[in-house]
Design a protein around this ligand. Structure first.
Ligand SMILES: Cc1cc2nc3c(=O)[nH]c(=O)nc-3n(C[C@H](O)[C@H](O)[C@H](O)COP(=O)(O)OP(=O)(O)OC[C@H]3O[C@@H](n4cnc5c(N)ncnc54)[C@H](O)[C@@H]3O)c2cc1C
Length: 368
């Protein structure tokens, strides 16, 4: 019997999954609640590592807004500056990225249905028809709720705005600001889009102040105002980032991918690279199920084997800097400076995979 696959959510994770299934000869239907894919994607930022993007195989060149070579981390009176010779990351237009992913999915044979919200009634129907259901519907996943998956325990509330006519001097590096005075349990960021536009954003732990209030507090800082180059605030949006993976992501005929599964770097909230990589694993698992009857639940083990350690390391680093507060991070930056880690991170840093960075660190020391 031909198994049908229904993907709930036309974000990057769902669309990459649909593309990968299509390339394996499995036709999937993606249901997206918004009228067009990507309409709300620009509530989030689009900083993606060059190395991670190359693994997702998206033809993203039309979505590039800016290229980034480095970052400065600020806490109290200390800063750590890291800069590489090659492009480390791209700032992508999130709406264009979603459109490209949708085109690639359709070209591979998937169906993308927009303007259709899937609720419990439709999910019951799909299930009774023996369909494979994938929840790619974000951190507040309706599929996860309906199928009674364990919850994601921790979230960060976000607020971001664009500043135009900025006189910011450095246009190819980001600034990150750590301080519990405004960004409790997370950080603030300034990302240059080039041509006088800068995105300023903040994440704050749910349970502390709301994100708009945190943003207003952050803007009082002189270093933050300097980072936006005294530009004029043009557009603002609030959202939420799930921090922490679900303990179960596959059950019976239901899988979760991307933010719905919590496949997010807890350090930065970045979820596109890991969500996309896990979507590729889900495609493999679904096609093995269809071809050889391998249980769908294997997906859970497969993605954790590949990416579980890195996501755990991100959670440990996040827990450290959340607990340490501004003074603790300030001390850490001082220590990293003294240990010459600026040079090491400039050369061997990896935004996505701390495990790769640790290996490089030990290999380098063995070679010395
Ligand atoms: C402020 C902010 C900044 C960020 N910055 C970055 C960054 O720089 N780099 C990075 O990698 N990540 C970043 N992220 C995280 C990134 O946006 C997410 O990890 C990524 O969008 C997850 O993709 P997804 O497809 O899993 O889920 P989503 O992008 O949330 O997509 C889910 C889709 O499902 C649809 N949907 C929801 N419910 C239903 C339903 N019932 N029926 C049908 N459709 C439904 C939604 O409309 C949406 O289109 C940021 C997030 C925020 C909030």
């Amino acid at each position: 019997m031909v198994k049908e696959v229904v993907i709930v959510g036309g974000g990057t994770s769902g669309l990459i999954l649909a593309r990968e299934l299509g390339r394996r000869g499995v036709v999937a239907t993606v249901f997206e609640s918004e009228k067009k894919v990507g309409i709300k994607a620009d509530r989030a930022s689009g900083i993606l590592s060059a190395s991670g993007l190359s693994k997702l195989g998206i033809d993203f060149s039309d979505a590039i807004v800016n290229s980034l070579y480095g970052a400065s981390l600020h806490a109290g009176r200390r800063s750590l500056h890291v800069r590489a010779e090659k492009v480390q990351a791209y700032v992508l237009d999130r709406i264009k990225l979603a459109e490209i992913c949708s085109r690639e999915a359709v070209d591979a044979g998937a169906k993308v249905v927009t303007g259709k919200r899937i609720g419990p009634k439709e999910l019951e129907q799909f299930s009774s028809e023996g369909k494979i259901i994938v929840g790619a519907d974000g951190g507040l996943s309706a599929v996860a709720r309906w199928a009674k998956f364990p919850p994601i325990e921790d979230h960060v509330l976000t607020f971001k705005a664009l500043f135009e006519k900025s006189e910011r001097l450095i246009e190819d590096e980001v600034d990150l600001f750590f301080s519990e005075r405004f960004a409790s349990g997370f950080f603030g960021w300034a990302v240059p889009y080039g041509k006088g536009t800068v995105e300023l954003g903040i994440g704050t732990r749910s349970g502390s102040w709301n994100s708009a209030e945190a943003f207003r507090r952050m803007l009082k800082e002189a270093s933050v105002r300097e980072a936006v180059g005294e530009g004029k605030m043009a557009d603002s949006k609030a959202s939420i980032i799930p921090i922490g993976t679900r303990s179960v992501t596959a059950k019976g005929n239901v899988l979760l991918v991307g933010d719905a599964a919590g496949q997010v770097k807890a350090t930065t909230g970045g979820g596109i690279i890991f969500g996309g990589a896990c979507a590729m694993v889900a495609a493999k698992s679904i096609s093995r199920y269809i071809d050889n009857g391998e249980p769908l639940e294997r997906y859970d083990r497969m993605w954790r084997k590949l990416y579980g350690n890195d996501l755990s390391m991100h959670r440990i680093i996040h827990a450290y800097y959340s607990r340490a507060g501004e003074a603790g991070v300030e001390k850490l930056l001082w220590l990293l400076n003294i240990l010459g880690m600026e040079n090491f991170l400039s050369k061997y840093g990896d935004m996505d995979r701390p495990s790769v960075m640790v290996k490089r660190f030990f290999l380098r020391n063995l070679a010395d």
